[in-house]
Design a protein around this ligand. Structure first.
Ligand code: KG4
Ligand code: ZN
Length: 409
């Protein structure tokens, strides 16, 4: 309605009331229009490993949609991610996953302000699928393209979770990213130069060998527990109760940087323990057969575990959790921060969450975990991490390429 249309003389009160409501409605629409214009809708695309994901996030904070197609069932029989199979599956999934994310968000492509895509670190063949798709879409729509570091995405996942609950974490913070591919500690600070949610990162420590999630997966494999190992070992450790510990694993010492991690020694210690105790062999074999026959539910595997195995799993998890929590708490103390973020697939671990909460509360620190959906690989965290770059106008061009290793700091 055009508010400049004047009331004609002689029109009734009813007409003038209608004119007024139309003007008010028009003003309201204008205001809403301005508000809508200020919103930044970013489509995030993630394909760095074995999840094809797409999500739409508004202003780096509000998740309109988040779709994840997991390839776990494809890689399970190989006991780990097979890169060639992963890229092929990304190719199959990328179009339907993006389409679903747009539908769930209730948007069409022209409503988007930018396309964000994971540039690295990750499997090059997998990354290239998301990057090629993102580049093409951005070019076709004439929208900006933003390359995002996957690790920065994991840090933003913790923020995203807090924002969903109306919370705003205080910086500086220490962030532990702990997944199947990474175990790394960062100090996270707000960038002085901008109020755009851009952060500055300083790496404090990292694993010198296996990532914690990788250790879970390898130990699960050698115990005949299937893939991925983390979720099942998490639940078996909780079911162990006070089963006698068949062995104990002491703290891992790392020479040099006390904030570095190491998990391959622990994994090897479990392997040697199992080799030295042939009584494990029969039940490992029984579980492998059960898994091959499709009996992979927790209860089915639990009945195939002796108290000795449950005790071993509990001791393995105690050692991983103790190491992750102690070094992160030390980092928080060294940096004098009041906030800790824990993100990545292993952040879903129940004992890790409980132990962090307990330790952090005892020294007055606040610890943030993303929900399980935001802990594991997803594209909402990629869209959220891209927002600061969008505000700063840091865009990629058609030369954007995949990076298997891509340091954040
Ligand atoms: O972040 P993510 O989905 O993928 C990357 O590796 O980037 O993490 C997957 C890893 C796997 O190693 C899996 O075993 C582990 O996270 N994981 C867990 C749990 N859930 C997933 N580890 C321990 N406890 C869990 N509940
Ligand atoms: Zn990840």
């Amino acid at each position: 309605m055009d508010p400049n249309v004047k009331k004609t003389s002689g029109s009734s009160n009813r007409t003038s009331a209608k004119w007024l409501t139309d003007v008010l409605a028009w003003n309201f629409e204008c205001e809403m229009g301005e508000k809508a214009e200020k919103e930044t809708r970013i489509l995030g695309i993630e394909s760095s490993c074995d999840e094809t994901a797409a999500a739409v996030v508004v202003d780096g904070r509000r998740i309109l949609s988040s779709v994840v197609a997991s390839q776990i069932d494809i890689h399970r029989k190989y006991g780990g991610v097979v890169p060639e199979l992963a890229s092929r599956e990304h190719l199959r999934q990328i179009v339907p996953v993006v389409r679903k994310a747009m539908e769930q968000a209730g948007l069409v492509f022209s409503d988007l302000d930018a396309i964000a895509v994971t540039q690295g670190p990750g499997l090059v063949g997998s990354l290239l699928v998301g990057i090629s798709y993102g580049k093409t879409l951005a070019a076709a729509l004439d929208k900006p393209l933003i390359g995002v570091n996957h690790l920065e995405g994991h840090i933003h996942a913790a923020f995203l979770e807090a924002y969903q609950h109306g919370d705003a974490p205080k910086l500086p913070a220490v962030c532990l990213i702990v997944s199947g591919g990474h175990t790394v500690l960062y100090e996270v600070k707000a960038c002085d130069a901008s109020q755009n949610g851009a952060f500055a990162y300083r790496k404090l420590g990292q694993t010198r060998d296996d990532a914690a999630g990788e250790a879970y997966d390898k130990v699960a494999k050698l115990l005949g527990m299937g893939y991925p190992g983390g979720p099942i070992l998490d639940r078996l450790a909780a079911a162990a109760g006070c089963a006698v510990a068949p062995t104990k694993f002491g703290p891992t010492k790392t020479r040099g940087n006390a904030l570095d991690f190491s998990f391959s020694g622990l994994k090897t210690a479990v392997l040697y323990h199992v080799r030295e105790h042939p009584e494990y062999n029969q039940e490992i074999h029984r579980r492998e057969v059960a898994l091959r026959e499709g009996h992979k539910k927790f209860d089915e595997l639990l009945t195939l575990c002796s108290a000795q195995t449950l005790g071993l799993v509990r001791e393995f998890q105690n050692a991983v959790v103790r190491d992750l929590v102690e070094r992160t708490m030390k980092a928080a103390e060294d940096c004098g921060v009041a906030t800790i973020f824990v993100s990545g697939g292993v952040a879903a671990n129940s004992q890790l969450r409980a132990t962090f909460q307990e330790h952090a509360a005892s020294v007055g620190l606040k610890v943030y975990f993303p929900s399980r959906a935001l802990s594991t690989d997803n594209a909402a965290m990629i869209a959220a991490a891209a927002y600061a770059r969008f505000k700063l106008g840091v865009f990629a061009d058609a030369s954007l390429n995949a990076k298997s290793s891509m340091p954040l700091a």
